[in-house]
Design a protein around this ligand. Sequence first.
Ligand code: MLC
Ligand code: AMP
Length: 506
Amino acid sequence: MSHNLYQRIQDALFAAPEREILTLLDGRAIQAAELDQRVAHAAFVLQAAGVEPGDRVSVQIEKSWMNVVLYLAVLRVGGVYLPLNTAYTDAEIEYFLTDAEPKVHVCAESRRLHAESLQSEVDGLQVFVLGDETGSFYQAFLDAQQTHQSADAVVARDADDLASILYTSGTTGKPKGAMITHGNLSSNASMLTEAWGYSASDTLLHALPLFHVHGLFVALNLALINGGPVSLLPKFDPDLVLDALPQATVMMGVPTYYTRLLQDPRFDRSVSGHMRLFISGSAPLLVETSDAFFERTGQRILERYGMTETGMSCSNPLDGERRAGAVGPPLPGVSVRVVGENDDVLPAGEIGSLEVKGAHVFKGYWKLPEKTAAEFKGDWFITGDMATLSKDGYVSIVGRGKDLIISGGLNIYPKEIEDVLNDQPGVIESAVVGVPHPDFGEGIVAILVGETALDMAALEAVCREKLAGFKVPRRWEQLDALPRNTMGKVQKNLLRLEYEDTFATA
Ligand code: MLC
Ligand code: AMP
Protein backbone atom coordinates (compact mmCIF):
# COMPACT_ATOMS: atom_id res chain seq x y z
CA MET A 1 0.00 0.00 0.00
CA SER A 2 1.30 3.44 -0.91
CA HIS A 3 1.53 6.03 1.83
CA ASN A 4 1.83 8.94 -0.58
CA LEU A 5 -0.28 11.67 1.01
CA TYR A 6 -1.51 12.65 -2.43
CA GLN A 7 -3.08 9.20 -2.80
CA ARG A 8 -5.23 10.00 0.21
CA ILE A 9 -6.09 13.41 -1.16
CA GLN A 10 -6.92 11.95 -4.57
CA ASP A 11 -9.24 9.37 -3.00
CA ALA A 12 -11.06 12.22 -1.24
CA LEU A 13 -11.25 14.25 -4.47
CA PHE A 14 -12.65 11.28 -6.41
CA ALA A 15 -15.28 10.67 -3.73
CA ALA A 16 -17.11 13.79 -4.94
CA PRO A 17 -15.54 14.65 -8.30
CA GLU A 18 -17.89 17.51 -9.09
CA ARG A 19 -17.57 19.29 -5.76
CA GLU A 20 -16.15 22.81 -6.07
CA ILE A 21 -13.02 22.15 -4.04
CA LEU A 22 -11.13 25.42 -4.56
CA THR A 23 -13.03 28.67 -4.77
CA LEU A 24 -11.10 31.75 -5.82
CA LEU A 25 -11.40 35.43 -5.14
CA ASP A 26 -12.52 36.22 -8.69
CA GLY A 27 -15.52 33.91 -8.37
CA ARG A 28 -14.01 31.00 -10.28
CA ALA A 29 -14.07 27.54 -8.79
CA ILE A 30 -12.14 24.36 -9.50
CA GLN A 31 -13.99 21.07 -9.18
CA ALA A 32 -12.36 18.15 -7.38
CA ALA A 33 -11.75 15.95 -10.46
CA GLU A 34 -10.53 19.01 -12.36
CA LEU A 35 -8.05 19.78 -9.58
CA ASP A 36 -6.68 16.24 -9.81
CA GLN A 37 -6.38 16.61 -13.58
CA ARG A 38 -4.46 19.88 -13.24
CA VAL A 39 -2.20 18.25 -10.67
CA ALA A 40 -1.51 15.47 -13.19
CA HIS A 41 -0.50 18.02 -15.87
CA ALA A 42 1.79 19.88 -13.46
CA ALA A 43 3.23 16.52 -12.38
CA PHE A 44 3.98 15.79 -16.02
CA VAL A 45 5.93 19.08 -16.24
CA LEU A 46 7.95 18.14 -13.16
CA GLN A 47 8.72 14.68 -14.47
CA ALA A 48 9.68 16.12 -17.86
CA ALA A 49 12.13 18.35 -15.97
CA GLY A 50 13.66 15.20 -14.51
CA VAL A 51 12.15 15.29 -11.03
CA GLU A 52 12.37 11.82 -9.53
CA PRO A 53 11.19 10.50 -6.18
CA GLY A 54 13.20 12.10 -3.40
CA ASP A 55 14.23 15.13 -5.48
CA ARG A 56 13.65 18.49 -3.86
CA VAL A 57 11.47 21.11 -5.57
CA SER A 58 11.87 24.52 -3.97
CA VAL A 59 9.19 27.13 -4.41
CA GLN A 60 9.14 30.87 -3.66
CA ILE A 61 5.95 32.24 -5.20
CA GLU A 62 2.87 34.26 -4.33
CA LYS A 63 -0.16 32.34 -3.18
CA SER A 64 -2.49 31.20 -5.98
CA TRP A 65 -4.49 28.17 -7.10
CA MET A 66 -1.49 27.17 -9.18
CA ASN A 67 0.61 27.15 -5.99
CA VAL A 68 -1.80 24.55 -4.60
CA VAL A 69 -1.52 22.54 -7.83
CA LEU A 70 2.27 22.70 -7.75
CA TYR A 71 2.44 21.50 -4.12
CA LEU A 72 0.15 18.57 -4.89
CA ALA A 73 2.06 17.76 -8.08
CA VAL A 74 5.33 17.52 -6.16
CA LEU A 75 3.68 15.04 -3.76
CA ARG A 76 2.20 13.11 -6.69
CA VAL A 77 5.58 12.51 -8.34
CA GLY A 78 7.17 11.58 -5.01
CA GLY A 79 9.23 14.77 -4.85
CA VAL A 80 10.07 16.71 -1.71
CA TYR A 81 8.26 20.05 -1.48
CA LEU A 82 10.35 22.92 -0.14
CA PRO A 83 8.30 26.09 0.27
CA LEU A 84 10.05 29.40 0.95
CA ASN A 85 8.62 32.60 2.43
CA THR A 86 8.24 35.22 -0.32
CA ALA A 87 9.87 37.74 2.03
CA TYR A 88 13.21 35.89 2.04
CA THR A 89 15.99 37.90 0.41
CA ASP A 90 18.28 36.61 -2.32
CA ALA A 91 20.98 36.05 0.31
CA GLU A 92 18.62 33.84 2.32
CA ILE A 93 17.51 31.96 -0.82
CA GLU A 94 21.12 31.23 -1.71
CA TYR A 95 21.59 29.49 1.63
CA PHE A 96 18.44 27.36 1.25
CA LEU A 97 19.17 26.29 -2.32
CA THR A 98 22.81 25.44 -1.78
CA ASP A 99 21.87 23.46 1.33
CA ALA A 100 18.85 21.60 -0.07
CA GLU A 101 20.18 21.19 -3.63
CA PRO A 102 16.80 21.09 -5.36
CA LYS A 103 16.39 19.70 -8.88
CA VAL A 104 13.82 22.40 -9.67
CA HIS A 105 13.30 25.87 -8.23
CA VAL A 106 10.10 27.77 -9.01
CA CYS A 107 10.11 31.51 -8.34
CA ALA A 108 8.68 34.89 -9.35
CA GLU A 109 10.06 36.58 -12.46
CA SER A 110 11.68 39.22 -10.22
CA ARG A 111 13.78 36.49 -8.57
CA ARG A 112 14.70 34.55 -11.73
CA LEU A 113 18.10 36.05 -12.48
CA HIS A 114 19.34 35.49 -8.97
CA ALA A 115 18.05 31.92 -8.93
CA GLU A 116 19.72 31.25 -12.27
CA SER A 117 22.98 32.61 -10.91
CA LEU A 118 22.89 29.75 -8.39
CA GLN A 119 22.96 27.13 -11.14
CA SER A 120 26.75 27.12 -10.96
CA GLU A 121 26.55 26.19 -7.25
CA VAL A 122 23.66 23.72 -7.31
CA ASP A 123 24.26 20.77 -9.58
CA GLY A 124 21.55 20.28 -12.21
CA LEU A 125 19.29 23.04 -10.85
CA GLN A 126 16.50 24.09 -13.22
CA VAL A 127 14.65 27.35 -12.68
CA PHE A 128 11.01 27.95 -13.62
CA VAL A 129 8.95 31.10 -13.19
CA LEU A 130 5.41 31.02 -11.84
CA GLY A 131 3.37 34.17 -11.37
CA ASP A 132 -0.38 34.68 -11.36
CA GLU A 133 -1.16 32.49 -14.39
CA THR A 134 2.11 33.59 -15.99
CA GLY A 135 5.68 32.34 -16.31
CA SER A 136 7.51 29.38 -17.80
CA PHE A 137 6.04 26.84 -15.38
CA TYR A 138 2.51 28.02 -16.15
CA GLN A 139 3.24 27.91 -19.88
CA ALA A 140 4.58 24.36 -19.64
CA PHE A 141 1.50 23.42 -17.61
CA LEU A 142 -0.81 24.89 -20.27
CA ASP A 143 1.10 23.06 -22.99
CA ALA A 144 0.69 19.79 -21.11
CA GLN A 145 -3.02 20.53 -20.69
CA GLN A 146 -3.51 21.29 -24.38
CA THR A 147 -1.56 18.24 -25.55
CA HIS A 148 -3.24 16.01 -22.93
CA GLN A 149 0.02 15.04 -21.30
CA SER A 150 -0.23 14.05 -17.70
CA ALA A 151 1.53 11.98 -15.07
CA ASP A 152 -1.35 9.65 -14.35
CA ALA A 153 0.12 7.46 -11.64
CA VAL A 154 0.58 8.65 -8.10
CA VAL A 155 4.14 7.54 -7.29
CA ALA A 156 4.15 5.02 -4.44
CA ARG A 157 5.83 6.24 -1.26
CA ASP A 158 6.48 4.68 2.13
CA ALA A 159 5.26 6.39 5.28
CA ASP A 160 8.89 7.12 6.11
CA ASP A 161 9.69 8.78 2.76
CA LEU A 162 10.12 12.55 2.69
CA ALA A 163 7.22 14.69 1.53
CA SER A 164 8.65 18.06 2.45
CA ILE A 165 11.54 20.00 3.88
CA LEU A 166 10.66 23.15 5.81
CA TYR A 167 13.44 25.41 6.98
CA THR A 168 13.23 26.62 10.52
CA SER A 169 15.80 28.78 12.22
CA GLY A 170 17.48 27.96 15.45
CA THR A 171 19.48 29.34 18.29
CA THR A 172 22.65 28.73 16.29
CA GLY A 173 21.42 31.28 13.77
CA LYS A 174 21.54 29.08 10.67
CA PRO A 175 18.21 27.68 9.47
CA LYS A 176 17.82 23.90 9.54
CA GLY A 177 15.73 21.88 7.12
CA ALA A 178 13.12 19.84 8.98
CA MET A 179 12.51 16.60 7.07
CA ILE A 180 8.81 15.78 7.12
CA THR A 181 7.50 12.46 5.87
CA HIS A 182 4.28 11.36 4.22
CA GLY A 183 3.53 9.44 7.43
CA ASN A 184 4.02 12.58 9.55
CA LEU A 185 1.61 14.60 7.42
CA SER A 186 -0.96 11.86 7.14
CA SER A 187 -1.02 11.06 10.84
CA ASN A 188 -1.27 14.72 11.81
CA ALA A 189 -4.13 15.34 9.39
CA SER A 190 -5.95 12.30 10.82
CA MET A 191 -5.48 13.52 14.38
CA LEU A 192 -6.86 16.93 13.51
CA THR A 193 -9.80 15.45 11.61
CA GLU A 194 -10.76 13.52 14.71
CA ALA A 195 -10.10 16.30 17.20
CA TRP A 196 -11.87 19.03 15.25
CA GLY A 197 -14.63 16.88 13.75
CA TYR A 198 -13.53 17.99 10.30
CA SER A 199 -15.47 16.66 7.31
CA ALA A 200 -16.30 17.23 3.66
CA SER A 201 -19.16 19.46 4.74
CA ASP A 202 -16.73 22.03 6.15
CA THR A 203 -15.60 24.95 4.02
CA LEU A 204 -12.24 26.33 5.05
CA LEU A 205 -11.52 30.04 4.85
CA HIS A 206 -7.86 29.94 3.86
CA ALA A 207 -6.09 33.28 4.42
CA LEU A 208 -2.72 31.96 5.64
CA PRO A 209 0.42 31.84 3.52
CA LEU A 210 1.15 28.52 1.82
CA PHE A 211 4.82 28.43 2.80
CA HIS A 212 4.59 27.42 6.47
CA VAL A 213 3.21 24.49 8.42
CA HIS A 214 0.09 26.36 9.46
CA GLY A 215 -1.27 27.29 6.02
CA LEU A 216 0.09 24.29 4.15
CA PHE A 217 -0.17 21.27 6.40
CA VAL A 218 -2.67 22.20 9.10
CA ALA A 219 -5.10 24.12 6.92
CA LEU A 220 -4.77 22.85 3.36
CA ASN A 221 -3.99 19.18 4.07
CA LEU A 222 -6.80 18.90 6.58
CA ALA A 223 -9.39 20.25 4.15
CA LEU A 224 -8.13 18.22 1.19
CA ILE A 225 -7.82 14.82 2.88
CA ASN A 226 -11.44 15.32 3.87
CA GLY A 227 -12.48 16.46 0.40
CA GLY A 228 -13.73 19.70 1.91
CA PRO A 229 -13.93 22.94 -0.10
CA VAL A 230 -11.31 25.63 0.40
CA SER A 231 -12.01 29.30 -0.08
CA LEU A 232 -8.54 30.42 -1.12
CA LEU A 233 -7.73 34.05 -0.30
CA PRO A 234 -4.46 35.48 -1.62
CA LYS A 235 -3.56 36.79 1.84
CA PHE A 236 -5.05 37.89 5.13
CA ASP A 237 -7.03 41.07 4.66
CA PRO A 238 -10.07 41.88 6.82
CA ASP A 239 -12.12 43.01 3.78
CA LEU A 240 -11.48 39.73 1.98
CA VAL A 241 -12.16 37.70 5.11
CA LEU A 242 -15.46 39.48 5.73
CA ASP A 243 -16.50 38.79 2.13
CA ALA A 244 -15.55 35.10 2.35
CA LEU A 245 -16.95 34.37 5.82
CA PRO A 246 -20.59 33.75 4.78
CA GLN A 247 -19.56 30.70 2.70
CA ALA A 248 -17.13 29.31 5.29
CA THR A 249 -17.55 27.08 8.34
CA VAL A 250 -13.95 27.01 9.65
CA MET A 251 -11.23 29.66 9.76
CA MET A 252 -7.64 29.26 10.90
CA GLY A 253 -5.22 32.05 11.69
CA VAL A 254 -2.40 33.42 13.77
CA PRO A 255 -3.45 35.65 16.70
CA THR A 256 -2.77 38.81 14.64
CA TYR A 257 -5.64 37.82 12.30
CA TYR A 258 -8.06 37.80 15.22
CA THR A 259 -6.82 41.05 16.79
CA ARG A 260 -7.13 42.72 13.38
CA LEU A 261 -10.65 41.34 12.85
CA LEU A 262 -11.63 42.61 16.29
CA GLN A 263 -10.51 46.09 15.28
CA ASP A 264 -13.10 46.03 12.49
CA PRO A 265 -16.57 47.00 13.75
CA ARG A 266 -18.17 45.03 10.89
CA PHE A 267 -16.89 41.81 12.48
CA ASP A 268 -19.71 40.79 14.82
CA ARG A 269 -22.20 38.00 15.50
CA SER A 270 -24.12 38.70 12.32
CA VAL A 271 -21.13 37.75 10.16
CA SER A 272 -19.58 35.10 12.43
CA GLY A 273 -22.63 33.43 13.98
CA HIS A 274 -22.86 30.62 11.41
CA MET A 275 -19.17 29.62 11.76
CA ARG A 276 -18.45 26.20 13.26
CA LEU A 277 -14.90 26.92 14.35
CA PHE A 278 -12.28 29.66 14.63
CA ILE A 279 -8.83 28.19 15.28
CA SER A 280 -5.68 30.02 16.40
CA GLY A 281 -2.07 28.97 16.60
CA SER A 282 1.61 29.61 15.79
CA ALA A 283 1.91 32.14 18.61
CA PRO A 284 0.29 32.66 22.02
CA LEU A 285 -3.27 33.90 21.87
CA LEU A 286 -3.61 36.45 24.64
CA VAL A 287 -6.38 35.75 27.13
CA GLU A 288 -7.65 39.28 26.51
CA THR A 289 -7.95 38.58 22.76
CA SER A 290 -9.72 35.30 23.44
CA ASP A 291 -12.12 37.03 25.83
CA ALA A 292 -12.74 40.01 23.53
CA PHE A 293 -13.48 37.60 20.68
CA PHE A 294 -15.91 35.68 22.88
CA GLU A 295 -17.65 38.87 23.91
CA ARG A 296 -17.96 40.06 20.31
CA THR A 297 -19.01 36.81 18.67
CA GLY A 298 -20.23 34.51 21.42
CA GLN A 299 -17.63 31.96 20.24
CA ARG A 300 -14.45 30.83 21.96
CA ILE A 301 -11.48 30.61 19.59
CA LEU A 302 -10.00 27.11 19.70
CA GLU A 303 -6.27 27.45 20.38
CA ARG A 304 -3.86 24.71 19.39
CA TYR A 305 -0.10 24.29 19.60
CA GLY A 306 2.53 22.88 17.29
CA MET A 307 5.73 23.52 15.45
CA THR A 308 7.42 22.85 12.13
CA GLU A 309 9.19 19.74 13.41
CA THR A 310 6.08 18.12 14.81
CA GLY A 311 3.05 19.54 13.11
CA MET A 312 0.29 19.89 15.68
CA SER A 313 0.73 18.35 19.12
CA CYS A 314 -1.98 19.81 21.37
CA SER A 315 -5.40 21.29 20.90
CA ASN A 316 -8.17 22.61 23.03
CA PRO A 317 -11.22 20.38 22.67
CA LEU A 318 -13.99 20.84 20.15
CA ASP A 319 -16.51 19.89 22.82
CA GLY A 320 -15.60 20.66 26.40
CA GLU A 321 -13.73 23.55 27.86
CA ARG A 322 -11.64 25.69 25.49
CA ARG A 323 -9.41 27.20 28.12
CA ALA A 324 -8.01 30.64 27.34
CA GLY A 325 -4.27 30.73 27.98
CA ALA A 326 -3.92 26.96 27.48
CA VAL A 327 -3.34 24.94 24.32
CA GLY A 328 -5.31 21.93 25.50
CA PRO A 329 -4.56 18.25 25.91
CA PRO A 330 -2.35 16.32 23.48
CA LEU A 331 -4.01 15.29 20.22
CA PRO A 332 -5.04 11.63 19.79
CA GLY A 333 -1.88 9.53 19.40
CA VAL A 334 0.42 12.25 20.81
CA SER A 335 2.23 11.88 24.16
CA VAL A 336 3.56 14.89 26.04
CA ARG A 337 5.65 15.31 29.16
CA VAL A 338 7.07 18.25 31.07
CA VAL A 339 10.57 17.61 32.38
CA GLY A 340 12.82 19.40 34.82
CA GLU A 341 16.50 20.23 34.61
CA ASN A 342 17.52 16.74 35.74
CA ASP A 343 15.33 15.11 33.12
CA ASP A 344 12.80 14.14 35.76
CA VAL A 345 9.17 14.21 34.68
CA LEU A 346 7.51 17.00 36.66
CA PRO A 347 4.20 16.80 38.50
CA ALA A 348 1.15 18.75 37.36
CA GLY A 349 1.49 22.51 37.57
CA GLU A 350 5.27 22.71 37.57
CA ILE A 351 7.09 24.57 34.81
CA GLY A 352 9.53 22.58 32.71
CA SER A 353 10.65 21.75 29.21
CA LEU A 354 7.95 20.31 26.94
CA GLU A 355 8.72 17.08 25.08
CA VAL A 356 6.45 15.32 22.61
CA LYS A 357 6.27 11.91 21.01
CA GLY A 358 4.13 10.45 18.23
CA ALA A 359 3.86 9.53 14.56
CA HIS A 360 3.68 13.23 13.71
CA VAL A 361 7.26 13.95 14.87
CA PHE A 362 9.63 14.69 11.99
CA LYS A 363 12.46 12.50 10.76
CA GLY A 364 15.33 14.86 11.56
CA TYR A 365 17.21 17.85 10.21
CA TRP A 366 18.47 17.70 6.64
CA LYS A 367 22.16 16.77 6.58
CA LEU A 368 22.46 17.47 10.34
CA PRO A 369 22.46 14.11 12.17
CA GLU A 370 24.22 15.53 15.22
CA LYS A 371 21.80 18.41 15.56
CA THR A 372 18.95 15.93 15.18
CA ALA A 373 20.36 13.66 17.88
CA ALA A 374 20.77 16.62 20.24
CA GLU A 375 17.07 17.48 20.04
CA PHE A 376 15.77 13.99 20.79
CA LYS A 377 15.82 11.84 23.92
CA GLY A 378 14.98 8.47 22.41
CA ASP A 379 11.61 9.00 20.73
CA TRP A 380 10.93 12.18 22.68
CA PHE A 381 11.45 15.44 20.79
CA ILE A 382 12.53 18.43 22.85
CA THR A 383 10.31 21.29 21.67
CA GLY A 384 12.28 24.09 23.32
CA ASP A 385 9.05 25.45 24.78
CA MET A 386 8.49 25.81 28.53
CA ALA A 387 5.14 24.49 29.67
CA THR A 388 2.97 23.25 32.48
CA LEU A 389 0.58 20.32 32.43
CA SER A 390 -2.56 20.71 34.54
CA LYS A 391 -4.09 17.93 36.62
CA ASP A 392 -6.81 17.52 34.01
CA GLY A 393 -4.29 17.18 31.19
CA TYR A 394 -4.21 20.67 29.63
CA VAL A 395 -0.86 21.98 28.43
CA SER A 396 -0.06 25.69 28.83
CA ILE A 397 2.91 27.22 27.03
CA VAL A 398 4.40 29.59 29.59
CA GLY A 399 7.64 30.62 27.92
CA ARG A 400 10.45 29.55 25.67
CA GLY A 401 13.62 27.73 26.53
CA LYS A 402 14.89 28.94 23.16
CA ASP A 403 15.79 32.53 22.34
CA LEU A 404 12.97 33.11 19.89
CA ILE A 405 10.75 36.03 18.89
CA ILE A 406 7.35 35.32 17.30
CA SER A 407 6.02 38.25 15.30
CA GLY A 408 2.69 37.95 13.50
CA GLY A 409 3.07 34.17 13.70
CA LEU A 410 6.53 34.23 12.11
CA ASN A 411 9.54 32.92 14.00
CA ILE A 412 12.59 35.12 14.28
CA TYR A 413 15.76 33.91 15.94
CA PRO A 414 17.64 36.90 17.43
CA LYS A 415 20.96 35.16 16.75
CA GLU A 416 20.41 35.47 13.00
CA ILE A 417 20.01 39.26 13.29
CA GLU A 418 22.79 39.62 15.87
CA ASP A 419 25.17 37.76 13.53
CA VAL A 420 24.47 40.29 10.77
CA LEU A 421 24.88 43.26 13.14
CA ASN A 422 28.03 41.96 14.82
CA ASP A 423 29.68 41.69 11.40
CA GLN A 424 29.29 45.42 10.73
CA PRO A 425 32.24 47.77 11.21
CA GLY A 426 32.13 49.67 14.50
CA VAL A 427 29.72 47.23 16.15
CA ILE A 428 31.24 45.64 19.25
CA GLU A 429 28.22 43.56 20.16
CA SER A 430 24.46 43.45 19.90
CA ALA A 431 21.40 41.98 21.54
CA VAL A 432 18.08 41.57 19.76
CA VAL A 433 14.93 41.11 21.85
CA GLY A 434 11.19 40.84 21.32
CA VAL A 435 8.84 43.07 23.30
CA PRO A 436 5.03 43.24 23.35
CA HIS A 437 3.47 44.60 20.15
CA PRO A 438 -0.29 45.15 19.89
CA ASP A 439 -0.55 43.95 16.28
CA PHE A 440 2.23 41.40 15.85
CA GLY A 441 2.33 40.04 19.42
CA GLU A 442 6.02 40.80 19.60
CA GLY A 443 8.09 43.52 17.91
CA ILE A 444 11.86 43.56 17.50
CA VAL A 445 14.29 45.87 19.30
CA ALA A 446 18.04 45.91 18.54
CA ILE A 447 20.41 47.09 21.25
CA LEU A 448 23.99 47.73 20.19
CA VAL A 449 27.34 48.56 21.68
CA GLY A 450 29.65 50.44 19.32
CA GLU A 451 33.20 51.72 19.14
CA THR A 452 31.71 55.18 18.46
CA ALA A 453 28.18 56.48 17.82
CA LEU A 454 26.61 54.01 15.40
CA ASP A 455 24.75 54.92 12.22
CA MET A 456 21.51 53.09 12.87
CA ALA A 457 20.01 53.92 9.45
CA ALA A 458 22.99 52.26 7.79
CA LEU A 459 22.66 49.22 10.04
CA GLU A 460 18.98 48.97 9.25
CA ALA A 461 19.79 49.12 5.53
CA VAL A 462 22.22 46.22 5.89
CA CYS A 463 19.59 44.18 7.70
CA ARG A 464 17.08 44.93 4.94
CA GLU A 465 19.51 43.74 2.31
CA LYS A 466 20.38 40.51 4.06
CA LEU A 467 17.20 39.57 5.94
CA ALA A 468 13.49 39.27 5.17
CA GLY A 469 11.60 42.46 6.07
CA PHE A 470 9.77 40.91 9.03
CA LYS A 471 13.16 40.24 10.70
CA VAL A 472 14.31 43.87 10.54
CA PRO A 473 14.30 45.50 14.02
CA ARG A 474 11.82 48.35 14.43
CA ARG A 475 13.65 50.12 17.27
CA TRP A 476 17.38 50.77 17.53
CA GLU A 477 19.27 51.68 20.70
CA GLN A 478 22.92 52.13 21.59
CA LEU A 479 24.26 51.41 25.08
CA ASP A 480 27.76 51.64 26.58
CA ALA A 481 27.56 47.99 27.59
CA LEU A 482 25.02 45.17 27.56
CA PRO A 483 23.76 44.01 30.98
CA ARG A 484 25.41 40.72 31.93
CA ASN A 485 25.03 38.29 34.81
CA THR A 486 27.94 36.98 36.86
CA MET A 487 28.44 34.21 34.29
CA GLY A 488 28.91 36.87 31.59
CA LYS A 489 25.62 35.99 29.85
CA VAL A 490 23.65 38.89 28.37
CA GLN A 491 20.55 39.49 30.49
CA LYS A 492 17.95 39.78 27.78
CA ASN A 493 15.19 39.71 30.38
CA LEU A 494 16.43 43.11 31.64
CA LEU A 495 16.54 44.49 28.11
CA ARG A 496 13.00 43.25 27.47
CA LEU A 497 11.84 45.03 30.62
CA GLU A 498 13.68 48.23 29.71
CA TYR A 499 12.08 48.41 26.26
CA GLU A 500 8.74 46.74 26.99
CA ASP A 501 6.69 49.87 26.25
CA THR A 502 8.33 50.54 22.90
CA PHE A 503 5.32 49.57 20.82
CA ALA A 504 2.66 50.25 23.45
CA THR A 505 0.99 52.80 21.20
CA ALA A 506 2.01 51.31 17.83
C1 MLC B 1 4.78 41.47 7.50
N1 MLC B 1 5.55 42.35 8.16
C2 MLC B 1 5.79 41.89 9.38
C3 MLC B 1 5.13 40.65 9.45
N2 MLC B 1 4.51 40.41 8.27
N3 MLC B 1 6.50 42.38 10.40
C4 MLC B 1 6.57 41.67 11.50
N4 MLC B 1 5.96 40.46 11.66
C5 MLC B 1 5.23 39.93 10.64
N5 MLC B 1 4.64 38.74 10.77
C6 MLC B 1 6.07 43.65 7.70
C7 MLC B 1 6.70 43.61 6.33
O1 MLC B 1 8.08 43.33 6.41
C8 MLC B 1 6.41 44.99 5.83
O2 MLC B 1 7.31 45.90 6.43
C9 MLC B 1 5.06 45.33 6.43
O3 MLC B 1 4.92 44.48 7.57
C10 MLC B 1 3.92 45.09 5.46
O4 MLC B 1 4.04 43.79 4.89
P1 MLC B 1 2.75 42.96 4.46
O5 MLC B 1 3.17 41.65 3.91
O6 MLC B 1 1.84 43.83 3.66
O7 MLC B 1 2.09 42.70 5.90
P2 MLC B 1 0.73 42.09 6.26
O8 MLC B 1 -0.03 41.66 5.04
O9 MLC B 1 0.06 43.01 7.21
O10 MLC B 1 1.18 40.72 7.01
C11 MLC B 1 1.06 40.53 8.36
C12 MLC B 1 0.45 39.16 8.59
C13 MLC B 1 1.38 38.09 7.93
C14 MLC B 1 0.35 38.94 10.09
C15 MLC B 1 -0.92 39.10 7.96
O11 MLC B 1 2.69 38.20 8.45
C16 MLC B 1 0.90 36.70 8.10
O12 MLC B 1 0.02 36.21 7.38
N6 MLC B 1 1.45 35.97 9.07
C17 MLC B 1 1.19 34.55 9.26
C18 MLC B 1 2.49 33.81 9.26
C19 MLC B 1 2.27 32.29 9.36
O13 MLC B 1 1.70 31.63 8.52
N7 MLC B 1 2.77 31.71 10.46
C20 MLC B 1 2.68 30.27 10.69
C21 MLC B 1 4.08 29.67 10.85
S1 MLC B 1 3.92 27.93 11.17
P3 MLC B 1 8.52 46.55 5.66
O14 MLC B 1 9.02 47.58 6.60
O15 MLC B 1 9.48 45.42 5.46
O16 MLC B 1 7.97 47.06 4.38
C22 MLC B 1 4.15 27.79 12.86
C23 MLC B 1 3.82 26.49 13.47
C24 MLC B 1 2.45 26.55 14.03
O17 MLC B 1 4.48 28.71 13.50
O18 MLC B 1 2.23 26.22 15.20
O19 MLC B 1 1.55 26.93 13.27
P1 AMP C 1 7.78 27.13 14.08
O1 AMP C 1 9.14 26.70 14.42
O2 AMP C 1 7.70 28.26 13.13
O3 AMP C 1 7.02 25.97 13.64
O4 AMP C 1 7.12 27.68 15.40
C1 AMP C 1 6.82 26.83 16.44
C2 AMP C 1 6.78 27.58 17.74
O5 AMP C 1 5.67 28.48 17.75
C3 AMP C 1 6.55 26.68 18.92
O6 AMP C 1 7.74 26.03 19.34
C4 AMP C 1 6.01 27.66 19.94
O7 AMP C 1 7.07 28.38 20.54
C5 AMP C 1 5.19 28.60 19.08
N1 AMP C 1 3.75 28.29 19.10
C6 AMP C 1 3.00 27.65 18.20
N2 AMP C 1 1.70 27.61 18.60
C7 AMP C 1 1.66 28.24 19.80
C8 AMP C 1 0.62 28.53 20.74
N3 AMP C 1 -0.65 28.21 20.52
N4 AMP C 1 0.97 29.18 21.87
C9 AMP C 1 2.23 29.53 22.12
N5 AMP C 1 3.25 29.31 21.28
C10 AMP C 1 2.96 28.67 20.13
